[in-house]
Ligand binder design. Structure first.
Ligand code: LYS
Length: 288
């Protein structure tokens, strides 16, 4: 879906990743794959509406409810859900469906942004800048209550990696809640190996499942240009593979989503190709 922001095209991200060989790639690793297809997006026929600095609120609610239901059912059957996007507002529905299966779900938010805005702090009114706050129980009740419970994630179970574009209200929330963030500064300074070791050992004992929410804009736009909100100075292609390989070795990831792939803004499907390669590393693909 693309209704959590205003640039068209990100709803084609899942097609681009399928086209880039996602399913074949996962099968080659020896897994069984069931493709549940796309979920229906309920677009309003009279154009988008903004309510209280929340663009397309009703459409985002409907889509989130549907995604929540689907993921809940898929998880009840067992298996590893891999969700493709789509703008990052989809995490409202995905984590709502996933988190009810865990007592202490951990979330790794691999992203250039911290997505901790609410309607009160958002500079854009775009809901894709709000999903992490909503999962913490902060924001419009119709969004925080998707799935019938809130919060979905405890603040101490979150690790943000790759942040470099943080709004004022988000900065305050991070300090107030003591949310663990590895910005680009920490990645530059300590290196990705140390950052991932710290993130993994931080989450290991306190969680009973960890969801990876990977926004392709965490990567530098030189590597991943097909994203709606690119920010210079990002995580490199190699660092991202290393991060995925270390998560695979940790064995801690129980679900994942790869979001914000926008083929219209991309260069010959480069960003979708990278997303597919990163999925493979996350699921255990090794060079040798
Ligand atoms: N922080 C900005 C906003 O809330 C950008 C968010 C980008 C999310 N992918 O509008």
């Amino acid at each position: 879906m693309d209704l959590g922001q205003v640039r068209r095209g990100v709803d084609m991200g899942p097609s681009a990743m399928r086209y880039a060989g996602l399913i074949e790639g996962i099968k080659e690793l020896g897994f069984d794959v069931v493709d549940y297809g796309d979920i229906t997006i309920h677009r309003s026929s009279n154009g988008s509406k903004q309510e209280q600095n929340l663009k397309n609120l009703q459409e985002v609610i409907k889509t989130s409810e549907e995604l929540c239901r689907d993921l809940d059912q898929i998880l009840s059957k067992g298996g590893f859900p891999l969700v493709l996007g789509g703008d990052h507002s989809m995490s409202i529905g995905s984590i709502a469906g996933i988190s009810k299966h865990y007592k202490n779900l951990g979330v790794i938010w691999y992203d250039a942004h911290t997505d901790l805005n609410t309607a009160d702090t958002s500079p854009s009114g775009n809901i894709h800048g709000m999903p992490l706050a909503i999962n913490l129980g902060l924001g419009h009740p119709l969004l925080t209550e998707i799935g019938g419970y809130s919060p979905k994630v405890k603040r101490e179970n979150i690790v943000i990696i790759g942040a470099r574009s943080i709004d004022e209200g988000e900065r305050e929330l991070i300090k107030q809640e003591g949310i663990k963030v590895f910005t680009m500064h920490e990645i530059d300074r300590k290196g990705m190996t140390a950052v991932m070791e710290e993130a993994i050992s931080y989450l290991k004992d306190r969680t009973d499942g960890v969801h990876l929410s990977l926004d392709l804009d965490a990567l530098d736009p030189v590597d991943a240009p097909g994203v709606g909100t690119p920010v210079l100075g990002g995580v490199t292609y190699r660092e991202s593979h290393l991060a995925m390989e270390m998560l695979a070795e940790s064995g801690m990831i129980t679900s994942a989503e790869f979001v914000e792939v926008n083929p219209i803004l991309d260069n010959k499907n480069q960003t979708a190709d990278i997303a597919v390669e990163l999925v493979a590393s996350l699921l255990g693909k090794k060079l040798i």
